[in-house]
Design a binder for this molecule. Structure first.
Ligand code: UDP
Ligand code: MG
Length: 336
């Protein structure tokens, strides 16, 4: 466990107050998004079951099958009479952010755990996170200790993304946080009130506030299978995050536009004076070509950025459901 960074400081009286509200025998809901995790999901459920039983926490598992193409569903169904599992099947692949949203909407617990199904988030940290929750933190979240196991390209991309996202933001979204976290019921309820379709969960967790504790964790390699995120899905998530949490890309064009206008006025004045004094002996082709192509590029780029925002507005105003469920399965004795 690492020391709490100063930005995450919570006054002790607040922690005491929150700790006093914790139920004596809480129900823990573990939310596991799963997309093609047939080899990982059962060992993951068994590991978590062992850890939570040992630590004396009552628990339920909410597995969200995000339209897997392998036998993930069958694997989970094989455990349904053995473990307290609820399986939510989405009607197709909606992506991790929406799978998490579905899990959050269906959790009954006093506290929820969000954890990947591929063992990259160490399950043995869960009881430790829950103890911090008991101590009064409403959200205990994992921060990666290093990104060494990632490619240089991905690290650079993340750096640029967070710099852009947080520049000028009042409420900064911490870098290197993960979805791996424990959240009190009050946080779950706050998240359920967020109607947006373009969901960037890390931004939402941060936006809701409450008492938060970052904990440094060592991310491991995936146990089996391969990551579902490629460059384009990351780019898409990055753009969702930027457009949902930052106006900087929009404002930037006001500044760039003003700077270009100012520069062109200065240039025009200089040309005028030069022509009056020395006459014009140059046809000026290069200047024209450069100016036109530069401005054309800047205009297209800024229209593109406007388009990104308008695209998101369009998907919000359509008011479609955030995700669709095709089936909910749970053991007979667990049925509400
Ligand atoms: N996942 C999901 N839907 C998707 C992609 C991934 O529910 O469309 C789940 C996946 O099963 C895993 C977690 O989200 O439990 C993280 O995905 P992955 O390991 O592919 O991403 P990475 O760890 O490489 O960021
Ligand atoms: Mg993974």
């Amino acid at each position: 466990m690492t020391a709490t960074p100063p930005s995450a400081f919570v006054p002790p009286y607040l922690l005491q107050q929150r700790a006093a509200d914790r139920p004596a025998d809480p129900l823990v809901s573990c939310i596991l998004p799963a997309y093609n995790e047939s080899e990982n999901i059962v060992p993951m459920l068994q590991t978590l079951h062992g850890l939570l039983s040992e630590a004396g926490f009552r628990h339920e598992f909410i597995v969200v099958d995000d339209g897997s193409r392998d036998d993930t569903v069958e694997q989970v169904m094989s455990q349904i009479e053995l473990l307290p599992v609820t399986l939510l099947q989405l009607s197709r692949n909606f992506g991790k952010e929406l799978a998490l949203t579905a899990g959050i909407d269906h959790a009954h617990g006093d506290v929820a755990v969000l954890i990947d199904s591929d063992f990259q988030h160490p399950p043995e940290m869960v009881p430790e996170f829950l103890l911090q929750w008991r101590a009064g933190y409403d959200m205990v979240y994992s921060v990666r200790s290093s990104r060494d196991n990632e490619t240089l390209g991905k690290r650079l991309f993340t750096r640029v993304f967070y710099t852009l996202l947080n520049s000028g933001a009042r409420h900064k979204i911490p870098e290197n946080t993960q979805d791996f976290r424990v959240m009190d019921r009050c946080v779950l309820e706050a998240l359920r009130q967020m109607p947006e379709r373009n969901r960037f969960m890390k931004g939402l967790y941060n936006w809701v506030g409450f008492t938060q504790l970052p904990v440094e964790t060592h991310t491991k390699e995936r146990r089996a299978g391969k990551s579902s995120f490629n460059f384009f899905s990351l780019l898409n998530l990055g753009l969702t995050g930027l457009t949902a949490f930052s106006n900087v890309p929009l404002r930037m064009w006001t500044l760039i536009g003003s700077a270009i206008s100012l520069a062109s006025i200065l240039y025009a004045s200089w040309e005028l004076i030069h022509t009056l004094l020395f006459g014009n002996d140059q046809p000026g082709w290069p200047t024209l070509a450069v100016a036109i192509s530069f401005l054309g590029g800047v205009q297209l780029l800024s229209i593109g950025i406007l388009g990104e925002y308008i695209g998101r507005i369009f998907s919000e105003v359509k008011q479609r459901p955030i995700y669709l469920l095709s089936r909910i399965s749970r053991a007979e004795q667990d049925k509400p």
